[in-house]
Design a protein around this ligand. Sequence first.
Ligand code: HEM
Length: 405
Amino acid sequence: MSSADPQGLQAFPEALADRDAWLEPFDWYREMRDDSPVRYDASRGSWDVFRHADVKRVISDDEAFSVNPRTASDFEGLSGEGEGLILDTMLFQDPPRHDELRAVVDDAFSPRTVAEMEPRLRDLMRELLDDALAANDGEMDLVEEISYPFPVIVIAELLGVPAEDRAQFKEWSDSLVAAASDEEIAERQQQSQQEMAMYFLDQLQQRREEPRDDLLSTIATAELDDGSKLPQEEALGMCMLLLIAGNITTTNLITNAVRCFGNQGVLSELAGDDNAIGPAIEEALRYRAPVQAMTRIARSDVNLGDATIEEGDRVVAWLGSANRDERAFDDADEFVVDRAPTGHLGFGHGTHYCLGAPLARLEARVALSELLSLDGLALADADLSPTRSSFIYGVESLPIRYDGR
Ligand code: HEM
């Protein structure tokens, strides 16, 4: 496990090691669901679970499975600094600590609070699209121009990062998601993460002294159930988590949705029909889920299907496979634009159900509704490369064509 891989998800199963296989892993999932729905992969030292009912149980049965990587029998600590920073966040904590931490930011991400952000998000999206149209001529990379910068700008604004620091903030965010292809890059990443940490600590200190109406103030001044203040390290960890969990995932939701709509030939059908865009995005979340897998650790020996998973074993729950399970969805391998699926696991399920789901849905709906207003919008011909991650699913770039506005 590395610092960028607290879940031990870095290693691909052999069947997906080839980059093209990771563009379309869905046939392999089907084979696994039918032939080996719960299997142990000795080469990665973990279990894989593929069927909807089993995946749902693994990610939501808090009694049987833990999210805390430290409980894994093969846990050796994370490389680099900042192990506690990440592992002490809600994503890797079980109840009751989880619930206490999540309560700090729950209101800020509630559907009601998020709905009020729509006009501002629309302004931000229009600005971004105007800039992209001015810089390009009839063709652009959707990821670079729209789906990548948009969530970064939105979370910076929500946290309350001052406008003059936005460019620096985006650079730090870039480094959080960039693949560390060699030692020099890894070192630079560590350095920029440290700079970011120092920056957040300073911002949090300012908010403690003089709270404002922003998320940094909420986090800086949060009180826990016993009346104590959220420790500084954990406040910092929460800021980092919001960036790590919310940016590249939303980028890929926007990109994957355009890819699905383009392949299905429904881009013009959806244009101007804002009521249809929400359900269509939901189907994209099911069909090409930005998060394909999540890990849990067995808390004691657990029977699942025909297998017995031993205490301390790691279990990879394949959300992306659960979403294509015929046992849960009719014609699961068909993209049905108006299916409006319920019960998909694109945002997880249970205690750790995605905190940012209302925000991600709103961002995607605003982005899609503005993008679809372009005349003649279509996917451009291109060889697609999958995102460099074994659990985040999407493409590194998606060229699109358009005639104008
Ligand atoms: C948790 C997916 C956007 C913050 C999760 C989980 C999934 C997920 C699958 C469950 C993890 C688990 O069970 O172990 C997604 C997808 C997104 C998205 C597909 C975009 C399309 C966001 C955004 C934010 C966010 C925008 C915040 C700004 C979180 C947090 C958790 C989480 C804090 C941990 C919740 C907990 O442990 O209680 N997300 N997410 N996510 N997500 Fe998201």
